[in-house]
Design a protein around this ligand. Sequence first.
Ligand code: GDP
Ligand code: IMO
Ligand code: MG
Length: 425
Amino acid sequence: MTQVDVLLGLQWGDEGKGKIVDVLSPQYDLIARFQGGPNAGHTLEFDGKKFVLNTIPSGIFNEKTMNLIGNGVVIDPIILKRELDNLKAAGHDPVGKGKLAIARKAHLILPTHQLLDAANEQKMGKDKIGSTLKGIGPTYMDKTGRNGLRVGDTTLPDFKERYNKLVQKHKDMLSHYNFEYDLTEKEAAFFEAIEFIKSIPHVDSEHYVNGFLKEGKTVLAEGAQGTLLDVDFGSYPFVTSSNTTTAGACTGLGIAPNKVGHVYGIFKAYCTRVGGGPFPTELDNEVGETLRSVGHEFGATTGRARRCGWIDLPALKYAIMLNGVTDLIMMKADVLDGFDSIYACTHYEHNGETIDYMPYDIITVQPIPVLKEIEGWKTDVTKITAVDQIPAKLADYIAFLEKELQVPVKFLSVGPDRTQTLELN
Ligand code: GDP
Ligand code: IMO
Ligand code: MG
């Protein structure tokens, strides 16, 4: 029997998961998204075209690969329909080609979940999480609170009554906020989209994925967000509302832990974060500005400027431990091409001590990064196509990271295009 490989982000999201899932997808029979929702924005570039996927797995552009939206994902039917309409207009029709299935047990994001997200953030003022305002938190709250509506419910004769009951609860909650809203247009779009998603095959993801494994087929689980946004282990409360770690792939698809094979941990050669919360290596200066402009660090979903900083090794070690990472993938090395020196945080100074882990009180007492200087390679790497063309100083940087992190770097990405990817070792 085959096992499920997992690919997930090791930082605060936007590491380049979409690009690499697309690159790896020819090796897999099934690509399955396991958590998060349209807060994700996964960018793919090939043949001079660029696509941003929010809910749809990034295997969609590979002719032979099947794609599944797993039970751990929260689905906004309006956004999913828009994504599929846009893809169709661009000549890609995964539904028509039978290349997309959706888990019956995946929860639905209602228009009122988005209103609650916005009302809550507005109330928090300067302490807000910096949510993408897609209704993620309130939808997972209804899931764990056992009130939620699921994809499978849309075919029940009393779906509308169930919807009205939940919306009434949300309206009661909204009455406690000073928050203006008009639901009419959104509700009409919601029910139109619900009709549309009935045309996508609904499956039990646990049987579906295990069925692939029994037949000896290959499966890649695609994560969203990043480990440091995990609801249990991230910088709580500045996190998302799902388990973004390998454990989330088990609950988000219905696979047992012993069915997990390779775990690909993906990280940028530096670090970014969008939204609020601690970020020890943040560069709130010209250097950060340079990383942002060279790396085009603006959110794929919200367009917000991403906060930028140096690579954080204590945070990466933590993420590798939590996920059982077997292979590392380093992204956006090209963004550092012009730097004379780059820096890596090896430890933190925290409450008078030197530590090499993320402390519990990171929210209240920001640790001070201890940085190691690394000589830059000062070479354009965007056109290199073979391992022997990697500049010696970039190779040294990779070797340094492998030694620190004790996991091999299997792929190196030197540009946003599919072709700008090198397999190492
Ligand atoms: P994801 O959410 O993890 O899929 O990542 P995003 O798509 O939100 O952000 C990654 C951004 O970096 C996208 O704009 C990609 O096109 C781009 N990108 C990916 N890999 C590379 C790379 O190696 N170099 C450069 N310069 N850009 C990259
Ligand atoms: P991908 O999959 C980066 C961040 C938000 C906010 C926090 C909570 O593209 O890497 P939420 O909308 O989940 O309530 O927001 O999490 N966030 C992301 N940051 N990449 C993402 O996804 C993110 N999804 C959520 O900015 O700080
Ligand atoms: Mg993204």
